[in-house]
Ligand binder design. Structure first.
Ligand SMILES: Cc1ncc(COP(=O)(O)O)c(C=O)c1O
Length: 401
C-alpha cells in the first residue's frame, strides 16, 4: 500500500472525533471548520436542514453550550421555548439585538439611564441609519407610554440602572411594548438570572454583558442574548452577518463561571445588603442607593420582581461634599479596588462623575439623580465585615479633614 508523505501524515484528522464517554465539562472546540462525508451533508447543514456545525462564526459547540446554559437559566419560568445566542462582548449582544429588531424608519424608546456605549449606539450610529430613539425616565410609566409611536419597534431598559439602581417595572413596560407591537429588550447585566429573569415578566429579549457576573472572575469578555424563537431568529441572522461571535476559549471560561453564578450572586447580594445598611449610618454619607434598603424608590417593586432577599450587588455611596469628596473617599479605600467593570469576585469601586459618567456636568448628574460625589461599589466575595470596615475607615478619613 502506498505510504503518504510526512506532511500529509502530519496533517491527519483526529482518529476519534468524540470520546465514547461524555466528558463532564463541555470541551473547547477550537476548530473553525468541520468535515462532511458528502457535499450534500455540507449543503444541508448550511441551509439549516440538518443539525450540525460547518463554520465557527456561524456556530461553535462551546459557544452554543454556553448560550444554551444561560437560556436554561433565563427561561426557567417561561412557558414558551427560549433560545440563546452568544457574543464576543456585551456590546456585541446589545448592538446585534438592536440592529436585528430595528431598521430605517423604526423608533426606539429607551431608558435615559443606560450603559454609555448603548446610549451612544442609539444616539449616534443608529440615528445615522435612520433609527430614532427617545430617551425617557423609564420609572415613569406614563412618560414611556407617551413616547411610544406607531413605528416603535423596541422598548429598551436595564433591569437595574447604573449607578442609581433604579428598578424597571418590567411587567408595565412589557404591557406598553405589547400594545405598541414592539419588543421589550432588557439588559439584565446588573441583575443576572440569579436575581430576576425578565422573560418571565414579559420581556421579548434579555441581553447580558457576560463579562460581569456570568463570567464572574474578571478574566473573560463575552455577551449573550436570550429570547423567544421569533426575535431570536432575527438576532441569530444578524449575528452571523455582523460577525461578533464568541470565541471558544472565552465561551469555556464564561460557561465555567456560570456554574457558580447563583452561589456567588446570593453571597454578593447578602454582602451588599449588609454593606449598604452599615455605610448608610455614617454621618459623612449623604445617601446610599441600593434597592434592598427600605427607603430606595424601587424597593417594593424589586420585592415583587426579584428572587427573595436578592437586590443585586451594586451599591452606590454618596458622601457629603462635591466631586473631590467622592474621589477622596474612593482613594482612601484599601480592601475595595479602584477599577472599571463589576460583577467579579473582587470588590471594585469607582467615582462615578469622573469615570463612567464623566461626560456629565454636576447639574446633569443631579438631574439624573446622581450626586457629584457618588462612588459605585460592585461588591465581591470578601468578608462583608472587612468591606464595611474599609468603607467606614475611608469615610472617617474624609470626615476628619
Ligand atoms: C449594563 C451593561 N451593559 C452592557 C455592557 C457592555 O458589556 P461589554 O463590556 O462586555 O461589551 C456593560 C459594560 O460595562 C454594562 O455595564
Amino acid at each position: 500500500m502506498r505510504q503518504q508523505g510526512e506532511n500529509t501524515r502530519a496533517l491527519g484528522l483526529p482518529a476519534e472525533p468524540a470520546p465514547p464517554q461524555r466528558p463532564l465539562r463541555a470541551p473547547v472546540h477550537r476548530s473553525t471548520t468541520y468535515e462532511f462525508a458528502a457535499s450534500q451533508d455540507y449543503a444541508d447543514v448550511l441551509a439549516g436542514e440538518a443539525p450540525g456545525y460547518s463554520y465557527a462564526r456561524i456556530d461553535n459547540p462551546t459557544a452554543t453550550a454556553f448560550a444554551s446554559a444561560v437560556a436554561a437559566m433565563e427561561g426557567a419560568g417561561c412557558d414558551r421555548e427560549v433560545r440563546g445566542e452568544a457574543f464576543a462582548s456585551g456590546m456585541g449582544a446589545v448592538s446585534t439585538t438592536l440592529l436585528a429588531l430595528t431598521g430605517a424608519g423604526a423608533h426606539v424608546v429607551a431608558s435615559r439611564s443606560i450603559y454609555g456605549n448603548t446610549y451612544s449606539l442609539l444616539d449616534g450610529l443608529l440615528r445615522r441609519f435612520g433609527v430614532q430613539t427617545d430617551f425617557v425616565d423609564i420609572t415613569d410609566t406614563e412618560a414611556v407610554r407617551a413616547a411610544v409611536r406607531p413605528e416603535t419597534a423596541v422598548v429598551f431598559t436595564e433591569t437595574l440602572a447604573n449607578p442609581t439602581m433604579a428598578v424597571a417595572d418590567l411587567p408595565g413596560l412589557a404591557g406598553i411594548a405589547e400594545e405598541a407591537g414592539a419588543v421589550l429588550v432588557v439588559d439584565s447585566t446588573f441583575a443576572t438570572p440569579a436575581v430576576c429573569r425578565p422573560l418571565e415578566h414579559g420581556a421579548g429579549v434579555v441581553v447580558h454583558s457576560a463579562t460581569k457576573y456570568i463570567g464572574g472572575h474578571s478574566d473573560a469578555t463575552g455577551g449573550v442574548a436570550v429570547g423567544g424563537a421569533g426575535p431570536m431568529a432575527e438576532v441569530r441572522s444578524a449575528r452571523i452577518d455582523l460577525g461578533p461571535c464568541l470565541a471558544p476559549d472565552e465561551a469555556y471560561m464564561l460557561h465555567r463561571g456560570l456554574e457558580t453564578l447563583p452561589l456567588r450572586v446570593a453571597r454578593q447580594c447578602a454582602s451588599a445588603a449588609a454593606f449598604a445598611a452599615a455605610v448608610a449610618e455614617h454621618p459623612a454619607v449623604e445617601r446610599v442607593d441600593y434597592p434592598g434598603l427600605a427607603d430606595h424608590p424601587g424597593h417594593a417593586l424589586a420585592g415583587r420582581l426579584f428572587d427573595e432577599g436578592r437586590y443585586g450587588a451594586v451599591v452606590t455611596v454618596t458622601p457629603r461634599g462635591g466631586r473631590e469628596a467622592g474621589m477622596e473617599f474612593a482613594d482612601a479605600l484599601g480592601t475595595a479596588t479602584i477599577a472599571a467593570s463589576l460583577g467579579g469576585t473582587h470588590t471594585l469601586a469607582g467615582h462615578v462623575g469622573s469615570t463612567t459618567h464623566r461626560q456629565m456636568s454636576d447639574a446633569a448628574l443631579q438631574a439624573a439623580g446622581i450626586g457629584p460625589a457618588a462612588v459605585r461599589f460592585s461588591i465581591g466575595l470578601e468578608e462583608p465585615d472587612d468591606l464595611v470596615a474599609d468603607a467606614l475607615a475611608a469615610l472617617d478619613a474624609g470626615a476628619g479633614r
